[in-house]
Design a protein around this ligand. Structure first.
Ligand SMILES: Nc1nc2c(c(=O)[nH]1)N[C@H]1C(S)=C(S)[C@@H](COP(=O)(O)OP(=O)(O)OC[C@H]3O[C@@H](n4cnc5c(=O)[nH]c(N)nc54)[C@H](O)[C@@H]3O)O[C@H]1N2
Ligand SMILES: Nc1nc2c(c(=O)[nH]1)N[C@H]1C(S)=C(S)[C@@H](COP(=O)(O)OP(=O)(O)OC[C@H]3O[C@@H](n4cnc5c(=O)[nH]c(N)nc54)[C@H](O)[C@@H]3O)O[C@H]1N2
Ligand SMILES: [Mo]
Length: 657
């Protein structure tokens, strides 16, 4: 455990454990009476550099609001508070019964990224793996893209935020970093200031970044494969390809080249809804401004063929002779093997996270344990998830720090501790800097950590193998210690900020050991080796494509206790608004076969005609979930989500009577 003691009335360095690109280094100020007074960006952290976002800087409020104080039975009915002992007895007895009556495959561990700490998000799964419980495939967020890019590159890692300052061209492709990764955006702006780097934004939305860019490319959503192929074709035609790199470091270029010339530039421009000059300008910048960095967002991958969109874009820098000249997260790049963390891989069946609503209604699961996620609001078909979890057939236990919408439909809610109230260690998504999270404040509720909850249950179930009795910090020392580059595990325990060792940018974990433009591995998955531009349509679901994305003040559904409900506004292009006689601030209805969503109209050319945009993940004034309307059929490659391929009809709201 930690050797350092925190004293009230002090400033304590820590790390944000939220699901986010930036993994901020923070300093937490604690009052003389032990109350959390302030959280700020750590001035000494190379990436955070003293600046954090409205979420970390709202933590001193959130930690005291809307908390689950103690275990509660039947929160939406009798709402009976109970002791931890009784709650654990009940939970364990229920588990035993389900195990003996229905077997481990009728138990589901439903976890996600509420806390990315290795203990809060990993170690505790030992119990569920030991029991053989089912779990989800965790494909909701970025998995399709990882599988797509992985076909070509092996592991997924590339440009580091600190590299940006030395690049001449920085392309943010379907990546709204100003809101979702502010420090990456800041590094790009530094690159522009110090190195005259040009910034390009490829996004259907006129975001703040699009307005600040040197070139804004506005493709139709879902058309990025066509755009990326067109850019590569122009680079080939213009003699910009680094042939030494291509012949020495890659395979499959001929197959890629063949695909590039199957489509005319005019076809590509039509598919993307772009003027030829814009595509030529983008390719020209790639050719001229070297080295470049292609920063690929997760948002654009949440589409029908999202995996293809991101892998096509990731190949552009390879033609220019850059080893891994793209970014799509770096967590695969650390020389770190976390396989032993949860003791073994998932031992039970895996079900689709994206399609969970339908699966939960199938009467297959009798007990669902939910930790660190709010699926009723954040997963597709939230309405079905709510219905399934609220029904009698499934005993639902939620372990959460706050009263989420999912906690409210559980049978038993157990209080968890926030990252400020417990110790942990986070492995960042993007940059290599790690530091142990000390316990900044004493718990403000009766909450228990994930590891304590696991221990309490395991003891009651009589499961007492080494996997549960091992000291979690010893396990972390064994796993993470060897991955530290500039210090020892003891240094980390002393509170130092250290770097993780990163894999070499020139190594490719593919069958050939080279970068594969046309990977044979794709065929094995029933997929095209070289991405194919595909036309995706509304499938009769509605005339408007509804995009949703992250906003600065919320992490998914979190922080509504600080900043109020997530805005239910829908942004509509002025031409569409005029045609439908919709005025600013009118109520409108978005609907498709799956449900409806009542929103306030915001009329703006931020969206092109035919496209709508809303903050995610909202709940409307009638209690309808935004995500009730999104497609729940997973992407064919990688099982990922398709949030941005949601089609709806739009009409003015008619008040009855
Ligand atoms: N403040 C804050 N930051 C966060 C999060 C949060 O909840 N709040 N969540 C974190 C997590 S888990 C994630 S996954 C990331 C998400 O953050 P990002 O990776 O930035 O993804 P999004 O914000 O979903 O979408 C980025 C952009 O992609 C565009 N886009 C959508 N479809 C297409 C398309 O087909 N083509 C192109 N070119 N662009 C498209 C959207 O218009 C949007 O502007 O943010 C992380 N950071
Ligand atoms: N419409 C739309 N919806 C989306 C997306 C989209 O693009 N559009 N994107 C999706 C993406 S990429 C993601 S990653 C998901 C995220 O979806 P979720 O993982 O459901 O994210 P959160 O809403 O942040 O829920 C995390 C929960 O964990 C709890 N928590 C926080 N810290 C701890 C802790 O230490 N211990 C425990 N036990 N609990 C804790 C929080 O209070 C919160 O209730 O949202 C998805 N939803
Ligand atoms: Mo995500």
């Amino acid at each position: 455990m930690l050797t350092r003691k925190n004293r009230a009335g002090s400033t304590i360095p820590t790390v944000c454990t939220r699901d986010c690109y930036d993994t901020c280094g923070l300093t937490a100020e604690v009052d003389a009476d032990g109350r959390l007074a302030k959280v700020e960006g750590d001035k000494n952290h190379p990436i955070t550099a003293g600046l954090t976002c409205p979420r970390a800087s709202g933590d001193h409020l959130r930690v005291y609001r809307n908390r689950v104080q103690r275990p509660v039975l039947d929160p939406s009915g009798s709402r009976e508070e109970t002791s931890w002992d009784r709650a654990l007895d009940l939970f364990a007895a229920r588990l035993e019964r389900v195990l003996s009556d229905h077997g481990p495959e009728s138990i589901l561990l439903l976890d996600y990224a509420g806390n990315c700490g290795l203990l809060a998000g990993g170690f505790y799964k030992r119990l569920w793996n030991e029991l053989g419980a089912a779990c989800t495939d965790h494909a909701l967020c970025n998995r399709s893209g990882k599988i797509g890019i992985g076909l070509h590159y092996g592991r997924i890692y590339g440009v580091q935020p600190e590299d940006l300052v030395a690049r001449k061209l920085i392309v943010f492709w379907g990546f709204n970093a100003a809101a979702s990764a502010p420090h990456i955006w800041i590094k790009a702006l530094e690159g522009r200031r110090q190195n005259k780097a040009a910034i390009v934004v490829v996004d259907p939305l006129k975001t703040r970044m699009a307005q600040a860019a040197d070139l804004w490319v506005r493709p139709a959503p879902g058309s990025d494969v066509a755009l990326a192929l067109a850019v590569m074709r122009l680079l080939v035609e213009d003699g910009q390809v680094d042939s030494g790199f291509v012949s020495g470091r890659t395979t499959g270029f001929e197959e890629l080249e063949k695909r590039l010339f199957e489509y005319s530039l005019d076809d590509a421009c039509r598919a993307c809804g772009l003027e030829r000059e814009v595509v030529v300008a983008l390719a020209g910048m790639y050719g001229r401004l070297r080295p470049s960095a292609t920063m690929i967002g997760i948002g654009m991958q949440k589409n029908d063929y999202g995996a293809d969109q991101v892998r096509a874009v990731s190949l552009i820098p390879a033609l220019l002779g850059l080893e891994r000249g793209f970014f799509y997260g770096n967590s695969d790049g650390w020389k770190l093997d976390l396989n032993g963390l949860a003791n073994q891989g998932p031992s039970g069946k895996t079900v689709s996270q994206v399609d969970l609503g339908r699966i939960l209604l199938q009467d297959r699961f009798k007990l669902v344990f939910i930790s660190g996620t709010n699926p009723v609001v954040t997963l597709p078909r939230g309405g079905q998830i709510q219905q399934a979890l609220s029904a009698k057939g499934i005993f639902t236990v939620v372990h959460d720090t706050h009263w989420s919408q999912t906690a409210r439909c559980a049978d038993l809610v157990l209080p968890a501790l926030t990252y400020l109230e417990k110790e942990d260690l986070v492995i960042p998504w993007t940059h290599p800097y790690v530091r142990i999270n000390p316990r900044v404040i004493r718990p403000v509720t009766e909450g228990r950590t994930e590891v304590e909850l696991m221990g309490g249950l395991a003891a009651r179930l009589g499961r007492t193998g080494a996997w549960v009795s091992q000291d979690p910090w010893q396990v972390l020392a064994q796993l993470v210690g060897p991955a530290l580059e500039d210090g020892t595990w003891e240094d980390l325990q002393d509170g130092k900020l250290l770097r993780l060792r990163c894999r070499e940018s020139g190594s490719y974990q593919t069958p050939s050991g080279r970068l594969e433009f046309a990977p044979a591995g794709a065929k094995k998955l029933g997929w095209e080796p070289v991405p194919l531009p595909r036309v995706t349509g509304a499938e009769g679901e509605g005339r408007f494509r509804w995009l949703t994305s992250a906003t600065a003040r919320y992490t998914h559904s979190q922080f509504q206790e600080v900043y109020g409900p997530i805005d239910d506004r829908v942004t509509i292009n002025p031409l569409d608004a005029a045609a439908l006689k919709i005025n600013q601030d009118d109520l409108v209805i978005l609907s498709n076969r799956q449900g409806r969503f009542v929103a306030r109209a915001g009329i703006s050319d931020k969206v092109p005609p035919g496209i709508l945009w809303s903050a995610r993940p909202a709940v409307d004034r009638e209690g309808n979930f935004q995500n009730q309307l999104v497609p729940a059929t997973p992407q064919a490659l990688g099982g990922g989500s398709r949030f941005n391929s949601t089609w709806v009809d739009l009409e003015p709201y008619q008040t009855s009577g």
